[in-house]
Design a protein around this ligand. Structure first.
Ligand code: OSB
Ligand code: MG
Length: 371
């Protein structure tokens, strides 16, 4: 395929409920969408998963906008590649900025799948047509509100519950959740809110039969995570710290984690996500698909990725209706009563793009074409 143009736009999408992590509260998403068109007129869509501020990682909406505009679009527009898997190499001179790169790379995978007339999940090598779903529940105003939310998500069929923790909203909360819901698959995500000095807290957490503790320590650390894992029974899962297949290999070899959360944006796209999945599978480390409060386009890419064989644990990809009044894709993502999402059978990401809805949410838009 040869890339004829890249259209970059920002949409604003208010969340139905605020989402709070240890690094802050989000009420409205600022999402960058990328539409790539090849020289034969096939279009593909990708979503940049950068946050509204540089708090989950260094990347944020504005950094992604400028690096796409000034570097990534000029490096890719007008270039031809055999396969979507070769697009990352075109952007290799730019260090980091993986979420910005993934927006373009994933759109090219959508194009390749549409041109092949096959669903993206099959093109990626997916091993199953149905993925297992959990939910990620943010920090709430009161413990009662959290217990109420958990009850409702379990009632909807979700297979596992993840709750966000931070200092002051951790062991006491987990104890209450366990008392109320003794048998459920439960895990916590700290988003880097602790240090090794908090090891006693995590030893206390060992009492609550958690499936895993996600990213307790620094976002760029592996060494201290390995030390913490030596002192605790509950598996550590790394999110922020894993940016590539190589990171996954090193983290596993040094004992920094026993489970890996894979996010397309954080690793730079489908090609690198396949590497992470393969390396973890070869080392018998389970992986699952994380979420970044994506709109339907990012959600559709997540569904495709999560069909790969190594994704053996329920992920954070859940129904569109948990986030948005109205989706930007048709149909919206829905979850079955058994807590699963069925991967679509249509070509590409497998959902229709609601162009008018997207236009009405757009606050800025720019196009890049070969000159
Ligand atoms: O750490 O997994 C995370 C959302 C934003 C930033 C980081 C994370 C999350 C989530 C939400 O946990 C998952 C989702 O529902 O999309
Ligand atoms: Mg996380």
């Amino acid at each position: 395929m040869k890339i004829a143009s890249i259209e970059l736009r920002e949409i604003r999408l208010p969340l139905i409920h605020f989402f709070e992590t240890s690094f802050g509260r989000t009420t409205e998403r600022r999402i960058l969408l990328v539409r790539v068109v090849d020289t034969e007129g096939t279009e593909g869509w990708g979503e940049c998963t950068a946050g509204e501020g540089p708090f989950y990682s260094e990347e944020w909406t504005e950094s992604a906008w400028s690096v796409i505009k000034q570097y990534l679009a000029p490096m890719t527009v007008g270039r031809g590649v055999e396969r979507a898997s070769a697009v990352s190499a075109l952007m290799r001179p730019v260090r980091g900025h993986r979420m910005a790169k993934a927006a373009i790379e994933t759109a090219c995978w959508d194009i390749e799948a549409r041109r092949a007339g096959m669903p993206l999940w099959q093109l990626l090598g997916g091993a199953r047509a149905e993925i297992a779903c959990g939910v990620s529940i943010g920090i709430q105003d009161t413990p009662e509100a959290l217990l109420d939310k958990i009850g409702r998500e379990l009632g909807a069929g979700y297979q596992r519950i993840k709750i966000k923790i931070k200092p002051g909203w951790d062991a006491g909360i987990v104890e209450r959740v366990r008392a109320e819901f003794p048998g459920i698959q439960l895990m916590v995500d700290a988003n880097s809110a602790y240090t090794l000095d908090d090891a006693p807290l995590f030893r206390q957490m060992d009492e609550y039969q958690l499936m895993m503790v996600e990213q307790p320590l620094a976002y760029d650390d592996m060494v201290d995570h390995a030390r913490l894992q030596e002192q605790t029974r509950t598996p550590i899962c790394l999110d922020e710290s894993i940016r590539s297949g190589e990171d996954a290999r090193k983290a596993i070899e040094m004992g920094a984690c026993r489970i890996v959360n894979v996010k397309l944006g954080r690793v730079g796209g489908h090609g690198e996500a396949q590497q992470v999945e393969r390396i973890c599978r070869e080392k018998n480390v389970p992986v699952w698909c994380g979420g970044m409060l994506e709109s339907g386009i990012g959600r559709a890419h997540n569904i495709a990725m999560a069909t790969l064989a190594g994704f053996t644990l329920p992920g954070d990809v859940s129904a569109s209706a948990r986030y948005w009044e109205e989706e930007i894709i048709e149909p919206p993502v829905t979850v079955s009563a058994r807590g699963t999402i069925v991967a679509p059978a249509a070509p590409g990401i497998g959902f229709e793009i609601k162009h008018q809805r997207i236009d009405s949410l757009t606050v800025r838009k720019e196009s890049y074409t070969a000159d």
